[in-house]
Design a binder for this molecule. Structure first.
Ligand code: ZN
Length: 298
């Protein structure tokens, strides 16, 4: 087992990488130099934080010589032994608020989308961590782009992953869906919130359901997870059984929340005419959650 192509049943977008992340190479300057010099090495072309779309609708991979002047290289991993890199140009990346990735996500190669998620999250992190949180001095990229070290106090800093729970509350054959004001018309999704310091994710699920909808979780089960590189979230999808169905909606968080039946979820997922809501797109882990619940209750 080389760590690549694990037989995991993950469906959501940004999962499904097939690279060996090659952690030993990150710690070995000679191996890293050899990877950079490898004629099979390729660099992910980016415009700011966004992909450069190729003619076939996929990502653009270029030779290492096309790295921008002064850019630092991030080793994304080895694809069948061929090194894959991204470049950090040392300045805050600019780009549209809505990434072009969402126009590619249903058609581009899944493994490349997952590699892009890593590249995007890392580049954004480097751009925002040029100074040491311990002493305020400048930091420098190290470990092939998987960390930064302070130039003055030697503190090592590592890329953040911010856990977010996303959950369906379940009560007697119905699940709770909600919508935020910015959603497209008709769209409802699972409720979600950041995990706070000092919480297990099961506790975060229970707290968030109580805060947003006034329901009390009695049992929480994990379904799946998904990296969400905007900028660095990890979505942790759960189903929570709750004690009763009376709702107290926090309208600072939600425009609306409602209980829906299995048939209503089936119609929402199929975008059927007359559906009482539209489910999130297939790349969103909320979609996976609805699928999992339908499979469990079918
Ligand atoms: Zn420092």
């Amino acid at each position: 087992m080389d760590g690549s192509a694990l037989p995991l049943d993950l469906k959501a977008g940004f999962t499904g990488a097939t690279v060996d992340r090659a952690d030993p190479v990150r710690h070995d300057p000679e191996a890293l130099a050899a990877a950079i010099a490898d004629p099979r090495a390729r660099l992910l072309a980016l415009a700011g934080l966004d992909p450069v779309v190729a003619a076939d609708g996929g990502f653009t991979w270029v030779g290492m010589h096309e790295a921008p002047d002064g850019a630092q290289l991030i080793l994304l991993g080895m694809e069948d032994g061929a090194p894959r890199f991204a470049a950090f140009a040392g300045r805050p990346p600019q780009g549209p608020a809505r990434s072009i990735i969402f126009r590619m996500i249903d058609t581009a190669p899944r493994a490349d989308i997952a590699l892009y998620a890593a590249a995007r999250a890392l580049i954004d992190w480097h751009a925002r961590h040029g100074f040491c949180a311990n002493c305020g001095a400048t930091t420098a990229l190290f470990r092939a782009g998987w960390g930064r070290r302070c130039d003055t106090c030697d503190t090592e800093h590592f890329p953040r992953v911010d856990p977010v729970v996303i959950m369906l509350a379940e009560h007697r054959g119905r699940v709770l869906i909600g919508r935020q004001p910015g959603f497209p018309p008709g769209r409802y999704s699972a409720l979600a919130g950041f995990v706070e310091p000092g919480e297990a994710f099961e506790e975060a699920v229970a707290r968030d359901l109580w805060e947003e909808a006034g329901v009390t979780a009695t049992r929480v089960r994990y379904i799946a997870s998904q990296p969400w590189p905007f900028p660095s979230s990890l979505m942790i999808a759960c189903i929570a059984e709750v004690a009763d169905d009376a709702l107290t909606i926090d309208h600072h968080e939600l425009e609306d929340a409602r209980w829906v039946t299995r048939d209503e979820v089936t119609a929402g997922m199929a975008e059927a005419e007359g559906a009482v809501f539209l489910a999130p797109p297939a790349y969103a882990i909320a979609h996976t959650l609805f699928e999992a619940w339908l499979a469990e209750t079918g």
